[in-house]
Design a protein around this ligand. Structure first.
Ligand code: HEC
Ligand code: HEC
Length: 290
């Protein structure tokens, strides 16, 4: 069924622009460059934490590094997170500013092919170019680790080119979300929707795995099972303090610690946010409350 849908979509679309490269400046990164100052690298370290990159890219052989190899189960098969240390042969050594912008914000490989959305680029797409390049600064400043990661285990029909159709459909099905006007809430929205990619697990998806943003945070499903809703209704009984405590320690209002795939989100991401950023995230999720 999924196969037929994807094939039909591709056949119907069939226009060159489906495969055209997004314009992020010249491919050598001119117009953009990866900053190299210690401040930029430090800012990048913070953003990489806020982006939860380590949850997926943590090295199997070298766990402190981002050298990859973890299996990521999905309905479509098993993906292996690649090595994103700057090793030129097995990692991302030599990547330009343009390569980073294409990958993180458009899901495109340096060669023009498509990444699978198991890499949450649909969420990271809302990042500013500046933040993406700070992340690049941090990644390129890390020690290179030589580590070949396994090939994804996917059904034959799931070629990278099918993702051209997926990206288009995802755009068509999901109109732009309303912009938050309060600056603190807007900062929280940026952290939750884009860097923290909370919706990748907490927003429901259709049969093709496309998130339904009209039910943003309405409860999702991952390979481990169902994931709770964290929309306004679901968080109705959470106070600001309780939510901030949860994001710091993973402790829920009922006195239980959260588990499963949420544990690394707390450990590597939300607990490392600055006080102000954590408050902003709380303000965003609880924006409906008085
Ligand atoms: C939910 C898991 C997940 C998270 C979180 C994640 N990634 Fe990835 N990433 C992947 C997967 C899977 C791929 C490979 C996709 C493919 O092969 O199509 C990937 C690919 C990449 C690539 C391309 C590597 C290459 O060799 O082509 C880069 C760069 C990257 N990720 C950077 C990041 C950064 C930076 C973050 C944090 C802001 C991040 N990723 C967060 C799963 C993840
Ligand atoms: C990789 C998937 C994943 C991501 C990303 C993720 N979560 Fe979760 N979240 C889960 C899972 C799974 C649970 C349930 C864990 C359990 O069984 O204890 C959960 C539980 C929660 C709960 C508790 C809900 C309840 O009623 O008990 C909250 C609140 C929450 N997440 C908020 C967030 C926020 C905020 C973000 C973004 C910063 C986020 N999550 C990102 C998977 C995820």
């Amino acid at each position: 069924m999924k196969t037929i849908l994807v094939m039909a979509l591709i056949a119907a679309a069939g226009a060159w622009w489906l495969f055209a490269m997004p314009d992020v400046g010249a491919p050598d990164g001119s117009g953009h460059r990866v900053p190299e100052t210690p401040e930029a690298i430090e800012r990048g370290a913070y953003l990489v934490a806020a982006g939860g990159c380590i949850s997926c890219h943590s090295g199997v052989e070298d766990p402190g590094s981002l050298s990859g190899g973890l299996p990521l189960e999905s309905d479509f098969g098993t993906f292996y997170a690649p090595n994103i240390t700057p090793d030129p042969a097995t990692g991302i050594g030599g990547w330009t500013a343009g390569d980073f912008l294409l990958a993180l914000k458009h899901g495109r490989t340096p060669g023009g092919s498509f990444y699978f959305p198991a890499f949450p680029y649909p969420s990271y797409a809302g990042m500013t170019d500046e933040d993406a390049l700070y992340m690049a600064a941090y990644l390129l400043a890390q020690p290179p680790v030589v580590s070949e990661t396994p090939d994804h285990e996917l059904p034959g029909w799931l070629g990278r080119w099918t993702i051209a159709g997926w990206n288009l459909l995802a755009r068509l099905l999901n109109p732009e979300l309303p912009v938050e006007t309060d600056p603190v809430v807007a900062r929280g929205a940026y952290l939750a929707r884009h860097l923290g990619h909370c919706g990748e697990c907490h927003t429901p998806r259709n049969g093709l795995g496309i998130p339904d943003l009209s039910r943003e945070f309405g409860g999702g499903r991952i390979a481990d099972g169902k994931v709770e809703a964290i929309d306004a209704d679901a968080l109705n009984n959470w106070s600001q303090d309780a939510f901030a405590l949860f994001l710091t320690l993973g402790l829920k209002p009922d006195g239980e610690f959260v588990g499963g795939k949420m544990e690394p989100v707390i450990e590597h991401n939300t607990s490392r946010l600055t006080e102000d950023d954590r408050k902003a995230m709380v303000a965003f999720f609880l924006r409906g409350q008085d």
